[in-house]
Design a protein around this ligand. Structure first.
Ligand SMILES: Cc1cc2nc3c(=O)[nH]c(=O)nc-3n(C[C@H](O)[C@H](O)[C@H](O)COP(=O)(O)OP(=O)(O)OC[C@H]3O[C@@H](n4cnc5c(N)ncnc54)[C@H](O)[C@@H]3O)c2cc1C
Length: 482
């Protein structure tokens, strides 16, 4: 993965930049010793590593503004960071950057049950947003599997989703407003405490903008009353294609489960071994969950199991208790960690139309044989959001490169099937160079023109999202301006 050469003039200014940052932040919030900046050298795409020049940990919007103003004046690139769980390398530093981590900004600022929102600092973890309101019967719906660790900051930047987003939508559908600091230090408010603020939908633009346009410091999130109950059903099939066809039929029938999750044989075995979720051993497993009152649950599950029966399942089992439901989800949510126990892997993230699931799964199987690398599939099948996990050996020379080539082919397949390079993990550096495959030069130019408006000096989160060759002229202009 090519990264831009660090700017020597920025590196030469390190001492001055550190001294200026120490004037606006407490001493322990400016990390600049080589041994300590290493803690920020990568995110969850661990194949790529690069310690930043400096890392800062501000505690308030004002401190973020001060940091950005200084970096803007000094011409220093800034990489915003939440919890560093990005699987796309979105928070990967460059050697000449300041990492701006919001982990210390984790307060709940305001809660309104009447208007159903909670306003938090964006360093707060996803799960602890629900933690702040659940005693009062509410929850925050988007539920990435990394929700114990990932921050609302990264969720907004990547427009993150999760298993239950089939019904509730992804982050953008649950975000009401943000406080954002522009690269020059100006603080702006977008949206509010209600759905759909007037004017251009700038909030929609910010959500999913991968730290390219500003640093989000506070967020107003929609919260919902907890459903009366929920129950998953496990469905096992003797082929991935048949499971894919079953998903397509459930969606077509107009029933709306909260989640439809798919796992293939490799993932079933690995997760069972890890979480003892009592999964049936078969070629493909679906976890379908519905919510509501007992009567609503019974009614929906009757329709869903009737559809499943038409596809000759080898196993069909409704959860019989809250403990069993928790176990079923513990297995699925541990999928990435569970496979990490047995192999290095690269987690892909692409979206396809649900009806093309059987075709795409077959093609991925064929590619796996062609490239000689095993692949496990686990994904949000109801949304067509795929997560093929390609296993490789990081210690075997050349294996990572083969894995990357295989991954690129899978993502191109998603585009060819009528889908998209990203589902919920974003572009980052991982899919940066594939953007030219999905977008024509004019499309990329339009996207870069948006960045020009928010970040004219191109200092925010460099080398991500836009292929290096297409952003070259803009980056060269910045260097020349210094
Ligand atoms: C085991 C595992 C499971 C996962 N499961 C899911 C899943 O189910 N669904 C899903 O969507 N993702 C999933 N992810 C990916 C990841 O957790 C999400 O992308 C998450 O939203 C990243 O949040 P973070 O706080 O860790 O962000 P980081 O990794 O720190 O940063 C992610 C991006 O956000 C930008 N950013 C960070 N803070 C700010 C800010 N304050 N303002 C502007 N931009 C900012 C960064 O520059 C970067 O581009 C998973 C990851 C792992 C490791």
């Amino acid at each position: 993965m090519e990264m831009p050469i660090p700017d020597p003039s920025v590196l030469a200014r390190k001492d001055r930049v550190v001294a200026r940052l120490q004037q606006v932040l407490p001493a322990d919030a400016v990390i600049h010793e080589d041994a300590e900046t290493r803690a920020y050298e990568c995110d969850a795409l661990t194949a790529y590593k690069c310690p930043p020049m400096v890392a800062v940990l501000p505690s308030s919007t004002q401190e973020v503004s001060d940091v950005l103003r200084i970096c803007h004046e000094e011409g220093v690139p800034v990489v915003p960071r939440g919890s560093g769980t990005s699987l796309a390398g979105g928070a990967l530093p460059t050697a000449d950057c300041v990492i701006l981590g919001v982990a210390r900004m984790n307060d709940v600022l305001e809660t309104s049950y009447a208007d159903r929102f909670v306003r938090v600092q964006t360093g707060r973890t996803n799960l602890s947003v629900t933690g702040a309101v659940e005693e009062d019967g509410f929850f925050y719906a988007p539920d990435p599997s990394s929700q114990l660790a990932c921050a609302i900051a990264g969720n907004i930047a990547m427009n993150s989703g999760g298993a239950h987003c089939l019904k509730y939508g992804v982050t953008t559908n649950n975000l009401l407003g943000v406080t954002m600091v522009m690269m020059d230090g100006e603080v702006v408010e977008l949206g509010g405490t209600h759905m759909d603020a007037g004017g251009l939908d700038l909030l929609g633009l910010i959500c999913g903008s991968e730290g390219q346009l500003g640093v989000v410091t506070e967020a107003t999130l929609r919260i919902l009353p907890k459903p009366e109950g929920a129950r998953p059903v496990l469905m096992g099939f003797d082929s991935a294609e048949v499971a894919g066809a079953c998903v397509a039929d459930i969606i077509k029938a107009g029933v709306l489960p909260v989640a439809i999750e798919f796992m293939d044989k490799m993932l079933i075995e690995v997760c069972e071994d890890f979480a003892k979720a009592d999964y049936p051993m078969c070629e493909a497993l679906l976890i379908v969950e519905v919510e509501g009152s007992e009567e609503e649950i019974d009614h929906q599950l009757a329709l869903i199991t009737e559809i499943a029966q038409r596809h000759d399942p080898v196993a069909l089992r409704e959860s019989a208790s809250a403990e069993e439901s928790a176990r079923i989800w513990a297995g699925r949510k541990a999928a990435f960690s569970a496979i990490g126990r047995i192999s290095d892997y690269m987690c892909l993230d692409g979206t396809i139309p649900v009806s093309s699931l059987p075709y795409v799964l077959r093609r991925i199987g064929e590619m796996s044989e062609h490239y000689g690398l095993p692949v496990g599939n686990v994904f949000h099948a109801g949304d067509g959001n795929m997560h093929p996990l390609i296993c490789y050996d990081a210690n075997k020379p050349g294996d990572l490169e083969i894995c990357e080539e295989f991954g690129a082919e899978v993502l191109k397949l998603c585009v060819e099937a009528g889908g998209c390079l990203t589902g919920e993990h974003g572009v980052g550096i991982e899919k940066r160079d594939l953007m030219s495959h999905q977008y024509a030069p004019a499309d990329l130019e339009a996207q870069m023109a948006v960045k020009d408006v928010f970040d004219p000096a191109w200092l925010l989160n460099p080398a991500k999202v836009f292929p290096l060759d297409v952003s070259e002229a803009r980056r060269a202009e910045r260097m020349a301006a210094e």
